[in-house]
Design a protein around this ligand. Structure first.
Ligand SMILES: *Cc1c(COP(=O)(O)O)cnc(C)c1O
Length: 396
């Protein structure tokens, strides 16, 4: 029996090395990676430029402490602020931890504005993490079950529904922030309407609230823009980042600007590991390589190619509810639970994931090429067809 705590129903494969969008299993097979460690390995596996930079960094400096200035951290903060148009960054080690920081910021913001019971409006189907506060904000009852008492201070409303936000706000004068993913990941690859996001921006400006955006999954070029909210041409007050930022080296970030800037000061928040020279170097190199290799455009083009490929291969099949997403954050919703497709795909040497029981999630590396994009469709479409009971078309 394994001594690893049993918190994951793990698939029966381990990987020994990787190259781009491909992973080598300990069974000797090559697997096409359409999951990228859940939207983490944007540069794929074993990227030579990233590897060289990290090797150099490990040999020079891994960790010092936030008691000192950290040049890599300052450089990465500059870069992130240039990309977001925001003002300051706190570095953490994961998405949950970045989100905890954002929540603490929202509460401190409330306190500083005479609101000692600041409430944050959050969304149904939201996913913000597994720590107690981020779990309380998360929409999944399954994830929350058994962990009461959870921190309070959240008002949950239906996603993409402005009237619900206005109604909740009218009912509670303590509201201080709205927090959402502009493209829900775990929640089933659902994108908020651009008009709705602009309305939230306007509402927050009218009321002096913080608009906080969880870009942990959809940020860092995943959707074909640096950040998902850029599709709506808005600028949030707080943005959290993690997954794709360090290409697998753990890093999270709370980015604040506008009325949120300057909320947290010395002694309000901290971390031992966050913002280390190694993690920030990984972030810097990741952003540099994304730019150098034109991966925003690639994510958009390859995402479109994959969605078009599935639209053609699954055309007219009743069991396929929708094929959606933005860039390389793709969902294929079926009319029935389809978790079994994960192991079927594994047997076809393709790594995928299913979320919300019925939504196939594809978040391949940003470096994927056209041949690999087509191969994802070629391996998965026949499995989907037979899963919903439609025979594969005869080869011409
Ligand atoms: C994955 C995820 C998180 C949690 O990040 P961890 O690094 O697992 O703590 C938070 N928000 C969103 C949108 C995510 O996709």
């Amino acid at each position: 029996m394994s001594h690893v705590m049993n918190t994951y129903a793990r698939l029966p494969v381990a990987f020994t090395r990787g190259n781009g969008a491909w992973l080598t299993g300990d069974d000797g097979h090559e697997y096409l990676d359409a999951l990228a460690g859940i939207a983490v390995n944007g540069l794929g596996h074993g990227h030579p430029k990233l590897t060289a930079a990290l090797v150099e960094q490990v040999g020079r400096l891994i960790h010092v402490s936030n008691i000192y200035r950290i040049s890599e951290q300052e450089q990465l903060a500059d870069r992130i602020c240039a990309l977001t148009g925001l003002d300051e960054v706190f570095f953490a080690n994961s998405g949950s931890e970045a989100n905890e920081g954002a929540l603490k910021l929202a509460r401190m913001y409330g306190h500083k504005h005479g609101n000692a019971e600041a409430q944050t409006i959050v969304m149904e189907h939201a996913w913000h993490g597994r720590t107690l506060a981020t779990l309380a904000a998360t929409g999944s009852e399954k994830a929350r079950k058994g962990f009461d008492p959870l921190p309070s201070g959240f008002i949950r409303v239906p996603y993409n529904d402005l009237a619900a936000v206005e109604k909740a706000a009218a009912a509670d004068p303590r509201v201080q922030a709205i927090w959402l993913e502009v493209l829900q990941g775990e929640g089933g690859i659902r994108m908020a309407d651009r008009g709705y996001l602009r309305d939230l921006r306007r509402l927050c400006d009218e009321r002096g609230w913080l608009l906080m955006v969880d870009e942990v999954q959809c940020g860092i070029a995943r959707t074909g823009k640096w950040f998902g909210y850029q599709w709506a041409d808005i600028r949030p007050d707080v943005v959290t980042l993690a997954k794709g930022l360090g290409s697998g080296v753990p890093i999270g970030a709370v980015v604040a600007g506008g009325r949120a800037a300057g909320t947290l000061g010395p002694g309000n928040h901290g971390t031992t590991f966050g913002g280390s020279p190694l993690a920030c170097r990984a972030g810097l190199e990741t952003l540099r390589i994304i730019e150098e290799e034109n991966l925003l455009a690639n994510a958009e083009a390859m995402g479109q190619r994959i969605r078009d490929g599935f639209a053609a291969a699954l055309q007219g099949i009743a069991g396929v509810v929708s094929i959606r997403g933005e860039g390389l954050m793709i969902g294929i919703e079926l009319d029935r639970p389809c978790g079994d497709l994960v192991s079927q795909a594994l047997a076809s040497r393709l790594l995928i994931n299913v979320t919300q029981d019925r939504v196939i999630r594809l978040v391949p590396p940003l470096v994927i090429n056209a041949r690999e994009a087509d191969e994802i469709v070629a391996r998965l479409a026949p499995l989907v067809r037979s899963f919903v009971g439609v025979p594969a078309p005869q080869a011409a």
